[in-house]
Design a binder for this molecule. Structure first.
Ligand code: MIC
Ligand code: SF4
Length: 639
């Protein structure tokens, strides 16, 4: 039986376990990446392991999330990151060099390599054929220490692409179509593998857009073959020596196949407040638009901006619309400056934003009250933009640009622009001067906002306390740990903890801390798909700091489940989903014999208030069970 591309890469990197779907395996990690918002904690954790130098093939530290720098905190974090990178052998990508995933794709990602990044959109590099997964900062720190990464050998869904995209329909519409089919929950421990004749019609940056938003489905990663288009991209980046051809065997067997004819796709949009809430642009057309933002790690490549500019050329944005454009990297910025694209954008009325995450994470450009914002980014979670009442729609650069001119949601197929000549250039402008290679000469600098990573206590014999909060389904890490204006506290856990569940229930931190200070263990009760979205381990660290010891949910997303284990919080699932309904916020709860239950995986949750015994399951690897007993991974690594 032939192998999928996914299993070919996994078998070449297998360190431990049996490569059978559903089994827990360990793989060696070639490349790592961090970004500043998760990176400070990751390097503090790496430092606390007492290792002098990173041990994996290539380690990158990007600064792209917190570049707004209101107050001293972010600038101090950057200095810490620069100096710790120098000391530990990590290449540092300075603020201004661009968004980690875009820059990594351009300059470092390679087919057949494994990449682990402390950011959920690390799978962007799947567009070039790299097995690239997102993880919490601690898992990435461990990979930098040369420790293999544990995953569940995934089921592989083959996405069979045929045909070719029609004019004004783009890669973004392809992934929105995939999201329409697979949704944002229920795809844990799955990999999307694209194959078929349609793949040849897509360039690497287009493939990267599709791989990027697989993260919204919750898959471990997405993979494209490495073929002549991959070679063309690597050549254009002056990196052809890294090329290897890679694809599934012709007789590879997939666990499921999704047939997708590219020519059948039309412009789509993800509606508020979920990337899985898909409608056609036609259905939405005519709705007034207030803001249009083009950029983010999904859609900020040279071709994306060139297509948007071509639609905008000769027009001016509608008076009611504010248009912002954030090129994904300095390379993209240099390219659009040289060929006049920037000039077109400026003349059309675009506000040129920094090559950084910026608006995507709610750092700036918050839309007005109850306004409509069209964005080419990947997440429209409630309140992520910084304006809870705003309605954010995720669209392609083509739809965004055309709607910016008309002032209403508009189908770009009605534009009279000619996009046919826009293809990937045969060479990009290469300038690596914003990368700093380690010289091992710096002293590590720590500003006053940078604290030690907090450590949990081993799992106690008695886990008793209250349901501190009960939340519904699809609770994202943005609900748990807001970014935007709060992002600058990422290195200061006590301060950041004051904002846990800010948009859901601002009284949560005080309530949790009060229980904690009485010596209780806190519980979070949640519905399906708890912790979807970001890889931010702060969504585990800060609740842990507030005394949370267990999350009892209908289901928990992969990266968040791993982060909970890493910090000693029990990720428990209701054996009978309907039991979720029986517990109320404020109920007194106890887990019976928790240490034994970690070993057996079978828990009994005693709801003392209701007089109920509720069966719960722990799905965790052997390693994770040990970690939970120890009260977190740092306790084990330090021991
Ligand atoms: C995001 O898009 O939510 C982020 C910000 O990039 C996060 C990482 C973080 O919270 O720092 C992610 O996707 O992992
Ligand atoms: Fe940055 Fe947005 Fe991409 Fe996250 S999704 S890495 S915030 S651009």
């Amino acid at each position: 039986m032939g192998l999928t591309q996914c299993y070919k890469i996994l078998s070449a990197h297998l360190v431990d376990g049996e490569l059978r779907t559903g089994e827990s395996i360990k793989i060696g990690i070639d490349q790592t990446l961090t970004q500043d918002a998760t990176g400070t904690m990751a390097y503090l954790e790496f430092e606390s392991m007492g290792i002098d130098k990173v041990r994996n093939e290539l380690a990158l530290s990007y600064v792209d999330h917190n570049t707004v720098q209101v107050g001293f905190e972010n600038a101090d974090d950057h200095e810490y990151l620069r100096t710790v990178a120098d000391k530990k052998g990590v290449i540092y990508s300075r603020a201004g060099n661009g968004i980690c995933h875009q820059v990594h794709l351009e300059r470092f990602a390679l087919p057949g390599k494994t990449l682990l990044g402390s950011d959920s959109h690390t799978p962007t590099a799947g567009g070039i054929g790299s097995f690239a997964a997102g993880a919490g900062g601690l898992d990435v720190a461990l990979a930098m220490a040369g420790i293999p990464f544990s995953i569940i050998a995934p089921r592989v869904v083959g996405i069979h692409l045929t045909g070719a995209l029609k004019p004004f329909v783009s890669a973004k519409d392809v992934i929105l179509k995939v999201l329409e089919r697979f949704g944002v929950k229920g795809n844990v421990n799955t990999v999307f593998e694209y194959y078929g004749d349609g793949v040849k019609t897509l360039s690497v940056p287009e493939r990267a857009t599709i791989a990027n938003m697989g993260a919204e489905c919750g898959v471990t990663t997405s993979l494209f073959p490495s073929d002549e288009n991959t070679l063309a991209f690597l050549k254009a980046q002056g990196r052809e020596e890294g090329f290897v051809e890679l694809s599934a065997d012709p007789d590879a067997v997939y666990d499921e196949i999704f047939e997708l004819d590219l020519s059948s796709i039309e412009p789509l949009a993800a509606c508020p407040h979920s990337p899985g809430n898909i409608k056609t642009v036609r259905e939405l057309s005519g709705m007034a638009v207030n803001q249009v933002l083009i950029g983010s790690c999904t859609n900020s490549s040279y071709m994306d901006l060139k297509k948007a500019a071509t639609i905008l050329r000769g027009h001016h944005i509608a008076p009611s619309v504010s248009l912002g454009v954030a090129p994904g990297s300095r390379e993209v910025l240099l390219m659009i400056t040289e060929d006049g694209t920037l000039d077109t954008l400026i003349k059309a009325g675009a506000r040129i934003l920094e090559s950084a995450c910026g608006f995507c994470i709610g750092n700036h450009q918050s839309p007005g009250t109850e306004s409509v914002s069209l964005r080419t980014s990947n997440r429209n979670f409630y309140a992520r933009s910084g304006t809870p009442s705003a309605n954010v729609y995720l669209v392609s650069p083509e739809t965004a640009a055309f709607s910016a001119i008309t002032g209403v949601f508009s189908d770009p197929r009605e534009s009279d622009a000619d996009l046919s000549g826009i293809t990937m250039p045969s060479s990009f402008i290469i300038d690596d001067s914003m990368f700093i290679k380690p010289a091992f000469s710096e002293e590590i600098k720590r500003g006053p906002n940078i604290g030690e990573p907090p450590v949990n206590t081993p799992l106690p014999e008695k886990v008793k306390g209250h349901a501190v909060i009960k939340v519904g389904e699809k609770i994202t890490t943005d609900h748990i740990m807001p970014a935007g204006a709060r992002l600058k506290y990422r290195s200061n856990i006590p301060r950041y903890s004051e904002f846990v569940f800010e948009s859901v229930d601002p009284s949560f931190p005080a309530r949790a801390a009060a229980y904690r200070d009485k010596g209780e263990c806190g519980f979070i009760i949640a519905g399906a798909s708890y912790g979807q979205g970001s890889s931010r381990e702060h969504a585990a660290i800060c609740p842990m700091y507030l005394g949370i010891r267990a999350v009892c949910a209908v289901s928990i997303e992969r990266i968040h489940q791993a982060n909970l284990c890493n910090f000693g919080i029990l990720p428990l699932l209701f054996r009978n989903e309907e039991d979720y309904e029986k517990i109320d916020q404020g109920d007194e709860l106890e887990l019976l014999n928790p240490r034994d239950a970690v070993v057996s995986g079978k828990f009994i949750l005693h709801d003392i208030t209701k007089g109920l015994e509720i069966p719960m399951d722990l799905f965790a690897s052997e390693d994770q069970r040990r970690t939970l007993l120890a009260g977190g991974r740092l306790n084990e690594v330090k021991a």
